[in-house]
Ligand binder design. Sequence first.
Ligand code: PMV
Length: 318
Amino acid sequence: MVTCSAPGKVILFGEHAVVYGKTAVAVAIDRRLYCSVERSDDGQTRVNGHPISETYHGYTVEAIRKVDIREPLNITTSSDIYSGAGLGSSAAVTIATLGALHRLKGEAPEEEDVARQGFHIECKVQGSASPIDTSTCTHGGAILVSSKKLRNFLWKMERGGTSWNVHEGSVPGDMTLVVGYTGVHAPTSPLVTRVRNFCARNTFARDMVNEIGEVVDEGCSALERGDLERVGELMNRNHKLLKILGVSHPKLDSLVKASGKYSYGAKLTGAGGGGSMIALTDRPEKVAKIISLRGGVPFVSGLTHKGLSLEKDMINIQ
Ligand code: PMV
């Protein structure tokens, strides 16, 4: 049996607009998904005991195709990343599964190759995607995606005429984030499709995407300077623009508003439509309490530098 793990993530700035090539920044969080794989003599591939299905296990089906394993497998996952919560659970399952499957085959691909395979899988399953989630899950730490090639460049991804340069990002060491989960399950794919359709028929939506791009570029400079006040203001602005783009939810708006009292700023994180928000604060207990009082589930999120990791390999023991 081989077990790999990958972290969840939060997007500090730029979700949705990043799908169209705008800048975005994400950080890996200290919540992980573990995927164990082993060959099976059951005659059928199972995921957590259930026969594998395109409907319920789309990312896993595609990962098996990419790694090209044809024998039946037993796949088990466990995770403390809420799913459909904007915290990168789909990217984490994709990347941890790819890592474990490659290792089961005796392969040790480069980080960049796994991130690329993961990105292609997300594009296929979700219809469109950017490489931010899969790159953050694979590499860990902070990830900055930009149309320009900057310092600390990691890799470049291209798709349908859009290109993304993926870099190691820099975030202030003293940054504390509180995540508030609304409890509203909101898978990424329909929200990405909603924004794509909105942008296809409406110049106003495309203007919003461009404006998010400008806010995020300024947010990146503020992050580099360690100017938390300005980062917070720009997070608030980014949230308002995402709301206009139609991807917020009344519960997200309520948690963002309530945490404003004790935060530099707050915004939804990930695809939206429910899912989670983040608040940048130096009073995490106060923010967590107010999120709970408003019906959200808070946790103080530590950042992790641990990306895709091999946890256990009972097959290729060296
Ligand atoms: O909700 P999540 O964790 O899957 O994040 C989605 C981020 C988007 O920008 C909406 C899509 C993407 O692929 O970048």
